[in-house]
Design a binder for this molecule. Sequence first.
Ligand code: FAD
Ligand code: EPU
Length: 342
Amino acid sequence: MRFYHHKPMHPHNTLALQARADAFACVTNDDELLEALAWARAKGVDVVVLGQGSNIVLAGDVQALVVQQAMRGIERLDASNGDVIVRAAAGENWHELVQWTLQQGYYGLENLALIPGTVGASPIQNIGAYGVELQSVLLQVHARQIADDKLIALDNAACQFSYRDSLFKHQFKDQLVITAIDIQLSRRSNVNISYPALADFFNEHPHIEPTPQAVFDAVVSIRRSKLPDPAVEPNAGSFFKNPVLAAEVAQLLLGKYPHLPCFPQVDGSVKVSAAWMIDQCGWKGYRTHDVGVHPQHALVLVNYGSGSGAQLLALSSEIVTSVYDAFGVALEIEPRIYGLKP
Ligand code: FAD
Ligand code: EPU
């Protein structure tokens, strides 16, 4: 396996930000992963795990060994009572896994179509879209500990999933390389079309029966109409999380702003739309230097060419301040930031 030095990172992040990694290795199997971890330990350098770079902001050079997880393989482990268990290696492309499961007649991932990135990154923020989150199908996460190579397996409860969050962002932050996940899918169709944009789609197309394939197609079509393609307009999807507010705080806010889109959560808290608030503050379509807020979606920040991570973060700070001043709500950045000077 080859170790690269001062590796240009712009092809490895969907914001196409210019930065270099001190060292870089792409691992395609377990032996290569072990070699990379041993190399980092021997040199005394940190390890940063990378998938397809669709949820990172490079604010500067990365002073670490960047280990790109590229292990491939999808297998069916077990089948019983109409359910199947599928193991997917961490370097598989998420959307290709969704397509593969549908082709096999295994259902449960259709709402999560077209989310960029790898399978290995999916548990990190408990990827979610159109009313479904990874946690609804995830059985186990398999990983190697960076410190001592030890293989561990975490079940669903151990991952402590919540909206855009998991243990991998806290106790296990930078401690593990996820190598595979096991998911439980169904051979019976049980579609979820409750998410407003999806419900609208099937109301507007009453002749389309909401089969898993139709839900997949609808999600792909809605996403293509709403979100810019990073290959054309480099971005990292939603730049901010939707704030989750205590019920009484949300009630006060909704009293003042009845049009604020909101999603009540099972625990009584309320998730409110960051895009709507940013939009109300007039940011949509704003551009400074080579960075800006996408004209069609206020949650998406774009690098229009030679924008830097620092410029993007400066813009995001201005947005956070203006939303806080207008609504009293603090926005949190969703992607992970690397390369900040200490
Ligand atoms: P990377 O960006 O490479 O890494 C993200 C983080 O995960 C880093 O901290 C990295 O260290 C860690 N990581 C990655 N792989 C591993 C591993 N194997 N082991 C340990 N740590 C690892 N997200 C959603 O949830 N829902 C959406 O609808 C959605 N839409 C998007 C649309 C667009 C256009 C874009 C660009 C992004 C969108 N995202 C969405 C965000 C992104 O797709 C997800 O966060 C995805 O899981 C990131 O995968 P990745 O392989 O690119 O991870
Ligand atoms: N809206 C505005 N202005 C805009 C864009 C949207 O007012 O510029 C309003 C819409 O009208 C809608 C509401 O905001 O009422 C929500 O919009 P949307 O359905 O597009 O969802 P979102 O909250 O912006 C979230 C996720 C997406 C995910 C979609 C679909 C977060 C941070 N983002 O976006 O995930 O695909 O829901 O489930 O939770 C990502 O994480 O990168 C991502 C794209």
